[in-house]
Write a protein that binds this ligand. Structure first.
Ligand code: HEC
Ligand code: HEC
Ligand code: HEC
Length: 358
């Protein structure tokens, strides 16, 4: 069978396709969430057309020279303050928050060599629509853009030391990551308060064991322990500052060694079975006694719980808890998550309240 193409049929088909497009957009099924990323083919297509646009516009609109090597200090300082959060920099991680965008910002040390000078200039001046990449806020300052393009051009061979010297000069905050306690502390105190006792929805750090605090910061920075808020705060810290912060908070009065019930408790009812779980666990479901690790004098990386906010303890147990019937291979096999998944749901609140008691 052959179909004859008439002007009327062309118009009807075009209208039908438009109506179908509008219907799909109206239905809302196209997922615009940044969390899902792009399909590989969409990603390829968008970048292919982006590169073509940059090539054409850079060729038509950018005059040589497109880079200027004489302003590296200003460019590096500005890069550290505004670009590095998204792109990272030599010796510095990008912020985990910024890396969660779609598309996310590439490491320019790896991609700068794929662009010509005038293309870098065009991108830095005009930004990229529908992505987080901003335009230069002063469009009449091509001189600034040329200096920034020259700086980006050098990123592939720039050492962290050279970057630090350019971007931070002789200042106290080396590498953008505070190394000294005095420089690091104000950021933490916004949330954890100057006495380290937290606020309504913020846990107590004061009096916690230093090894546990340090391990928690390292785990937040590497995102092994997940928290959008603390991943970002810890990623800003140098390891020396983490160590100093852990010692500082450990030295303030706050949390204390737990007083655990004696192992011969024999009681019933829900708060008293919290006592029993702490002292003896529930052998029938392989739940170990909490006192095995959380009583006085145990390993330095087992946290103190006495004096902590009960809501925070319960929330941590809940997040580890999940559905006890499901063995989730994606969850890490650490001890505490495995233990938490065995705690009966109705025991979480009473246990958290009892553990937090002094
Ligand atoms: C809010 C986050 C954000 C900030 C701030 C930001 N960028 Fe970007 N940038 C991006 C993203 C995302 C892309 C990738 C866009 C894409 O994939 O099409 C990008 C792309 C680029 C590219 C092209 C690289 C490539 O290979 O695709 C250059 C060059 C660049 N940015 C330079 C800079 C400079 C210089 C600054 C500071 C003046 C800066 N960016 C600030 C998010 C950011
Ligand atoms: C914007 C608020 C905010 C800032 C800034 C912040 N924190 Fe936190 N911090 C939190 C919250 C909320 C939690 C609880 C995280 C969770 O739910 O896992 C937390 C948890 C922690 C923990 C784990 C406590 C435990 O008992 O496991 C440590 C350690 C910590 N923060 C240290 C710091 C340090 C050091 C700084 C400064 C570099 C800092 N925080 C900055 C909000 C903040
Ligand atoms: C084998 C040792 C061990 C046993 C037994 C144990 N814990 Fe833990 N617990 C840990 C470790 C290690 C951590 C730190 C985990 C982390 O932060 O990733 C922890 C952390 C916690 C926390 C979070 C503390 C904070 O500040 O964020 C709570 C709440 C907790 N345990 C409750 C319990 C309860 C309830 C029991 C008894 C049912 C128990 N634990 C038994 C080792 C143990």
């Amino acid at each position: 069978m052959s179909v004859r193409i008439t002007p009327r049929r062309v118009v009807v088909t075009a209208l039908a396709l438009m109506a179908a497009g509008i219907a799909i957009a109206w239905s809302g099924i196209i997922n615009i969430g940044a969390s899902t990323g792009h399909w590989a083919i969409t990603d390829w297509f968008l970048h292919w057309s982006m590169r073509n646009t940059v090539r054409t516009y850079a060729y038509l609109t950018v005059d040589a020279p497109a880079i200027d090597d004489d302003g590296l200090v200003a460019a590096a300082g500005h890069f550290a303050a505004t670009c590095a959060a998204c792109h990272g920099a030599p010796g510095e991680r990008a912020s985990p928050v910024m890396q969660a965008s779609t598309p996310n910002a590439p490491d320019l040390a790896l991609t700068a060599d794929t662009w010509k000078d005038r293309e870098l200039f065009w991108i830095i001046k005009h930004g990229i629509k529908f992505t987080p990449m901003p335009a230069w806020p002063a469009l009449d300052r091509d001189d600034e853009v040329r200096r920034m393009a020259a700086f980006v051009r050098r990123l592939p061979t720039m050492t962290p030391e050279r970057y630090r010297a350019l971007a931070y000069g002789p200042g106290r905050i080396a590498g953008g990551e505070p190394q000294r306690l005095d420089d690091a502390l104000p950021d933490c105190e916004r949330c954890h308060a100057d006495d380290g006792r937290g606020q309504a929805d913020i846990p107590v750090l004061a009096g916690q064991k230093p090894a546990y605090l340090f391990a928690a910061l390292v785990a937040f920075a590497s995102r092994e322990r997940s928290s959008g808020v603390m991943n970002a705060a810890a990623a800003r810290m140098d390891p020396a500052a983490m160590r100093a912060l852990a010692d500082h908070y450990a030295g303030l009065p706050g949390l204390t060694e737990s007083t655990m019930p004696a192992s011969d408790v024999e009681t019933t009812g829900s708060s008293s079975s919290a006592e029993r779980i702490m002292a003896k666990g529930l052998p029938a479901i392989d739940l170990p006694a909490c006192s095995k690790c959380h009583a006085t004098g145990k390993r330095p990386d087992y946290p103190r719980l006495s004096g902590q906010k009960p809501e925070y303890l319960a929330a941590r147990l809940r997040r580890w808890h999940g559905d006890p019937g499901v063995v989730d291979a994606r969850k890490d096999p650490d001890t505490m998550p495995m233990i938490a998944r065995r705690i009966p749901e109705h025991m979480i609140e009473p246990l958290a309240r009892r553990l937090a008691q002094r």
